[in-house]
Ligand binder design. Sequence first.
Ligand SMILES: O=C(O)Cc1cc(O)ccc1O
Ligand SMILES: [Fe+2]
Length: 437
Amino acid sequence: MGSVWFILQYMSGFGNEHVSEDPRCPGALPEGQNNPQVCPYGLYAEQLSGSAFTCPRPTNKRSWLYRILPSVCHKPFKPLEEGHLTHNWDEVEPDPNQVTVPERAPGPARRTGLHTLCGAGEPRGRNGIAVHIFVCNTSMINRCLYNSDGDFLIVPQQGKLLITTEFGKMLVEPNEICVIQQGMRFSVEVFGETRGYILEVYGAHFELPDLGPIGANGLANPRDFLVPVAWYEDRQVPGGYTVISKYQGKLFAAQQDFSPFNVVAWHGNYTPYKYHLEKFMVINSVAFDHADPSIFTVLTAKSTRPGVAVADFVIFPPRWGVADNTFRPPYYHRNCMSEFMGLIKGHYEAKEEGFQPGGASLHSMMTPHGPDADCFEKASKAKLEPERVAEGTMAFMFESSLSLAVTKWGLQTSNQLDKNYYKCWEPLKSHFNPNCK
Ligand SMILES: O=C(O)Cc1cc(O)ccc1O
Ligand SMILES: [Fe+2]
């Protein structure tokens, strides 16, 4: 029989080896081995590998799932309509201009699904990223999704997500993020209009950044990452349960007769997890000058080049600004990385207007950007007292070493409102006076 029993409980720690049993079946985890001839309670053992079997220990990831039926019990996959999900980066001609995306990007009539804004690289080559906007007001009923191509870092901006995974349930609210890694099945329940951002990374998992001279503590601390506890349902679905796979950039659906959330116990270090952005321990300049935003990195997906990320997830959280004799907002710059920015709530410090919660901007590789004219004038004259910066705000950046292409949907969406973004810098005037230092 099915059961609606669950409690929202989490285990803490980033990348830990966890063990978890649904309390309705104590002793469901085999003792001392992964594959007994017969598993407790007549369960099937199934390994989910998140790294090559042979990866060195620090990057070796796998979990063992003990389930009522193995995942292999499904009918063949058939192609499914993709909507605005794509990994075709040649839909529109390259364009280096600064792009903003309005906060109310038009959704389709059903208002559900993933809309790809930009990206680069290729799931088959296992190197690349995609940035999607999700919009939905309908829960996934008897449907789940897994991503064969890579990991999803999900940033809800409006509405809570109750995410059921093979590892248990997680409630993820705006100002929290979660990561659902490659292959993990999940289904999302929503409670009204819901939207947010997704960073998809092919071929690398997210890690905590190294701390270098910061020392052993700081930024996102490992203990603040939360992992769900085992929860199962033994639910037959005679009408058919649909398992959707995102595979090589396309969607495919397979039918099965039962809920895939039938994992009674699991152990391992390859799990979904969530993190509350308020827990971030901010480090910044306490003397003078503006530190680079890498100081705000929450998670990084490393490339094979030392120090270079496929993608970093960076936040701009509330903090004190105390630097003396300093232009405190972000400096003007041109970057060899691509900068995609979003706003969960509040008001971004470098833009007086035009960047609303739910909106986005893309500053492409080497395209100049920085504070708008109002921000520059104000910050150049401001009395430099200690002040709270970004109070009530949470902006974030997906920063990538890849050169991102905008999709057709992204271009149409951005064109709706803001052909005029460049005008925010037009009023910047020369203050140069060779006779006055
Ligand atoms: O462009 C942006 O707004 C992001 C950003 C912020 C900052 O403080 C320094 C550099 C940078 O790219
Ligand atoms: Fe920038």
